[in-house]
Design a protein around this ligand. Sequence first.
Ligand code: SAM
Length: 190
Amino acid sequence: MVKTLFPTNKNEPLANYIEGILSKYVSLGESKVLEIGCGNGRFGVVLGGRVGSYSGIDPDKEYIEIARKNFSEINYKVGSAEDIPFDEKFDVLFYSYSWHFILDFDEAYSEMRRVLDDDGIVFIMEPKGEDSNWASPVLNRGTPEFNEDLLKRKLKDLERGRKAILENNYFDVVEEIDERSKIYLLKKKK
Ligand SMILES: C[S@@+](CC[C@H](N)C(=O)[O-])C[C@H]1O[C@@H](n2cnc3c(N)ncnc32)[C@H](O)[C@@H]1O
């Protein structure tokens, strides 16, 4: 199967937008950021130089190899939301369009609590739904590759992910943004 690669250029405006939101919660220049589900690393290249440290994990070994090759200064490891291969604490956990891929949210929350600093912030960015501009043509209506069943499954996963955010017992949703994407900011319950 052909792998979807996320373009590593033209991400500056989106990175600026993300930086603007995160800066309300942490001093980003000194923050330790972990991107969970980093794919081929398109955000590491733009955010990596603006933070204290940037690490990325993805369960897909091939993506991690590509990310490492492109951005050798970033600490990329194979791992998943349910099994984070770090023992240290982070100030920011960043999920860019990866949250709805999580299969076991109980495990994911347990890992988030383990690796997030008590004052840290979780930033979850998700596609808006039906009208998203999907990276894969199979999800975009009007393309020859469009597949209605796959889109339906994707929308179900997004709803499952949203429920897992709004109904969780360990983190408060401190901000919800509904603009180009859906964004949720979470803090550990005190
Ligand atoms: C749509 S891609 C987004 C990639 C990247 N964050 C970006 O925005 O360019 C979703 C990513 O989530 C990863 N993923 C799938 N299951 C995951 C899991 N259980 N935990 C963490 N990441 C996962 C996939 O391998 C894929 O790289």
